[in-house]
Design a protein around this ligand. Structure first.
Ligand SMILES: [Zn+2]
Ligand SMILES: [Zn+2]
Length: 336
């Protein structure tokens, strides 16, 4: 492993106690890995020894939904990506749960699923791997949602709630797609400034008492909010944003809500205004399909991820987590 991004899902999973079905410790998390192949198993054709690779989630390739190119909803997703298996060992030889998202990238060396591998030989040099490590989850999730789930049009006004790596992926993609307005919402001013640099046309610094429905409608200036890319998972934010949708608008839920989170759904308004609420995963694409697209945009200067990445030596992982919490590191990347 050369580098690994830290994503909120790593934090979320680490907070689930042992004993919840599928959760076992010790385990190695990490799912935005980049590395160089040192060895391949029998039958592997995706990569060879020495190839630079970026890692994304894994899938079974055999279920009904994988069969219709909906691999992000693979029917075996949780078992393969969340539970993983005991492929790793401690220095003392004890078995450790690995293969988180098929990769468990918070490790100097790991054993990864072939389906997680995006071979970038010939397109990315070994030095660039460090910066591009986070493409496999957060940035793919945000940018893929704009193109694959919303399929935005030039007349669309879009809102992005939560300006982490997922939200900024959505902002950059919406700019590439050339939508009419991009409204970014966050509680941290510094993140909003980055959003502005990357394409947001309006920003809203929210406070706990902000009436999100009213403020968003004000910023839209009477225009129709067509898509909301919701990356915070905070129930109050989701509820407030939902109220701001315009006709035929849709809220795409991307951030993970709390396990006991509940929403009030105004059914008549949704029907009458033909509005929708949909939970989506991973930009509705695969690493193999989407990572090369993001690399191309990055080379063209349209996907400047260097503006959100902050590197930390792997041994300073805790500092990196605090950096993510305070907002100084929008996308912390651990480097070995
Ligand atoms: Zn499957
Ligand atoms: Zn992630």
């Amino acid at each position: 492993m050369v580098a690994s991004g830290i994503c909120h899902t790593d934090v979320f999973l680490s907070c689930i106690p042992s004993g919840v079905p599928g959760i076992e410790y010790p385990r190695v998390l990490g799912h935005e890995g980049a590395g160089i192949v040192e060895e391949v198993g029998p039958g592997v054709t995706t990569a060879a020894v020495g190839d630079p690779v970026l890692l994304s989630y894994t899938y079974c390739s055999n279920c009904d939904l994988c069969g219709v190119n909906q691999k992000q909803y693979c029917l075996n997703w949780d078992g393969l990506n969340i539970v993983g298996d005991k492929t790793l060992n401690t220095a003392g030889g004890d078995a450790v749960q690995g293969k988180f998202f098929g990769q468990s990238s918070f490790a100097g060396q790991s054993i990864v699923d072939e389906a997680s591998v995006v071979n970038v030989k010939g397109t990315v040099n070994n030095e660039e791997l460090k910066l591009l490590a986070p493409l496999g989850c957060g940035l793919m999730t945000g940018s893929g949602a704009v193109f694959n789930s919303a399929k935005v049009k030039p007349f669309d006004i879009v809102v992005v709630t939560g300006i982490g790596a997922v939200g900024l992926g959505a902002v950059m993609a919406a700019k590439i797609a050339g939508v009419k307005e991009i409204i970014a919402v966050d509680r941290i001013g510094h993140r909003l400034q980055v959003a502005k640099e990357l394409g947001a046309t309006q920003i809203l610094e929210s406070k706990p008492d902000t009436n999100l429905t009213e403020e968003l409608q004000k910023l839209a200036g009477g225009g129709r909010i067509s898509y909301i890319f919701e990356t915070t998972g905070v129930v109050g934010v989701i509820q407030g944003a939902l109220g701001a949708l315009g006709k035929h608008g849709k809220l795409l839920q991307i951030g993970v809500p709390p396990m006991d989170g509940e929403l009030k759904v105004p059914l008549y308004r949704l029907m009458n205004q033909n509005q929708g609420f949909e939970c989506i995963y991973l930009g509705e694409t695969t690493g193999q399909e989407w990572v090369p697209k993001m690399i191309k945009w990055w080379r063209e200067g349209k996907f400047p991820i260097e503006k959100l990445v902050k590197f930390y030596p792997a041994k300073d992982a805790l500092e990196a987590l605090h950096g993510m919490e305070s907002g100084v590191a929008i996308k912390p990347v651990l480097v070995w």
